[in-house]
Design a protein around this ligand. Structure first.
Ligand code: XIL
Length: 329
C-alpha cells in the first residue's frame, strides 16, 4: 500500500515515529518499515540525559548519531527529545546536583548537547512536562528537581541556552494530558497556554507546543477545547506538533478485531480534528510496531495480550491504525 510518508508529504506534513537505534541497526524489518513510512524521526530514549550522560564528564552520542545517520540516508528529518525533564536523569544526578551548581549543570548540558546537533535537527523538545496541576502551585509548575534546584526560571534558561547553541531547530515545549475536554485537562491546557504566552511576551525563543497525545480508548474523545487550544497557540505565532501519539487499548475487552476498530477510530477522529488546523505541521507516533510499544509496560493489559496501539503489528503488517492514519493524512 502507499506509505504514510507519501500521503503526509503530499499535504506538506512531517510524519513519523519514535525510534530505537539498536533496532534500526539490528532488525531489518523494523528499519525498512521506518524508512518507508516516516519522513520525521525522534529518539524514544537515546537523546535523554540518562542515555547521553553515563558520567558527569562523559557524553555518549553514538546511538543518537546513528539515528541521524539513518535519517540522512533515508531523507528524513529528526526531532530532539529532550533537553530538560524531571525524569530520565542519570543516577549520578541526585548526588551531584545542588542549588549552587544546578543552573550551570543545565546550561552546560544544553550547550553541549544542542551544540553537538546544531543545524541538524527539525526541532528540540527543550522542556518536557513542566506543568502538573495536581502539584497545586498557582503557576501550575510541576514540583521537579529543576524547579526545586533552580526555581521557575529554569524554563526560560533552558530555551535561551538552546537558542544560543542551535539557531535553527524549532524550540518546543512538550506536554501530555492536554488532549481531552475534561475539567482536569482543560485546566492543564490553560496553564500550558499561560506558560508559553508568558515566555513569548518576555521574548524567550519558543516556536512550538508539542502535544504528546498518549490517548486511551474508552476514556473520551478530544473535542472543541483542543481545537481552540491549537488555534490559540497559532495566534501566538507558534506551531503545534503531535509528538508522541498512541492509543492504549488496556481498557478494552473484546476481540482483537473489536479493539482494533475502536483504536483506529480514535486515531482517525483525533487526527481529523487536529489536522484541520494549519499550524499543526508534524505528527509522530510513539513507536512503529505494537511489539515494542512502551504501553505494553506502562498500561499492560490485564489479559496479558500485547497492546494493539500502533500502525504496524508484530509482523510489520499494517493494522487498522495505519489505514486510519493514512486516510486522515
Ligand atoms: C518513555 C519511553 O517510551 C520508555 O521506553 C522509557 O522507559 C520511559 O520513557 N512522555 C515522554 C517520553 O516524553 O519520553 C516517554 O517515553 C513517554 C511519556
Amino acid at each position: 500500500p502507499q506509505s504514510l510518508r507519501a500521503h503526509a508529504q503530499a499535504r506538506g506534513l512531517l510524519a513519523g515515529c519514535a525510534v530505537v537505534p539498536e533496532k534500526l541497526a539490528g532488525e531489518p524489518a523494523y528499519a525498512n518499515t521506518v524508512a518507508e513510512q516516516a519522513n520525521l524521526l525522534v529518539a524514544e530514549n537515546a537523546m535523554k540525559w540518562k542515555a547521553l550522560r553515563p558520567a558527569p564528564d562523559k557524553y555518549n552520542f553514538a546511538p543518537a548519531d546513528a539515528i541521524l545517520a539513518f535519517a540522512n540516508e533515508h531523507n528524513q528529518r529528526v526531532r530532539g527529545h529532550n533537553l530538560c525533564w524531571h525524569e530520565a536523569l542519570p543516577d549520578w544526578f541526585q548526588a551531584t546536583a545542588t542549588h549552587e551548581n544546578a543552573r550551570e549543570l543545565l546550561i552546560d548540558h544544553i550547550e553541549h548537547v544542542a551544540g553537538h546537533f546544531a543545524g541538524k535537527l527539525h526541532s528540540w523538545d527543550v522542556v518536557n512536562e513542566a506543568i502538573d496541576v495536581k502539584d497545586g502551585r498557582p503557576d501550575g509548575l510541576r514540583k521537579s528537581p529543576w524547579l526545586d534546584l533552580i526555581g521557575p526560571d529554569y524554563i526560560e534558561i533552558a530555551f535561551r541556552t538552546a537558542r544560543r547553541a542551535d539557531s535553527t531547530a524549532l524550540l518546543t515545549y512538550n506536554d501530555y494530558g492536554i488532549e481531552l475536554d475534561t475539567p482536569e485537562q482543560e485546566q492543564k491546557r490553560s496553564q500550558v497556554l499561560a506558560l508559553v504566552k508568558q515566555l513569548r511576551l518576555r521574548g524567550v525563543p519558543i516556536h512550538a507546543v508539542g502535544v504528546q497525545s498518549h490517548l486511551t480508548a474508552g476514556e473520551g474523545t478530544p473535542g472543541a477545547g483542543l481545537r481552540e487550544f491549537v488555534r490559540a497557540v497559532g495566534e501566538l505565532g507558534m506551531q503545534v506538533f503531535i509528538t508522541e501519539l498512541d492509543v492504549s487499548d488496556h481498557k478494552l475487552t473484546g476481540s482483537v478485531k473489536e479493539r482494533d476498530t475502536a483504536v483506529a477510530k480514535l486515531y482517525g477522529d483525533y487526527l481529523n480534528l487536529v489536522l484541520a488546523e494549519p499550524n499543526v505541521t508534524a505528527v509522530l507516533t510513539w513507536g512503529i510496531t505494537d511489539t515494542y510499544s512502551w504501553l505494553n509496560h506502562h498500561h499492560a493489559r490485564s489479559d496479558g495480550q500485547p497492546q494493539r496501539c500502533l500502525p504496524f503489528d508484530a509482523d510489520y503488517q499494517p493494522t487498522p491504525v495505519f489505514f486510519a492514519m493514512r486516510k486522515a493524512f
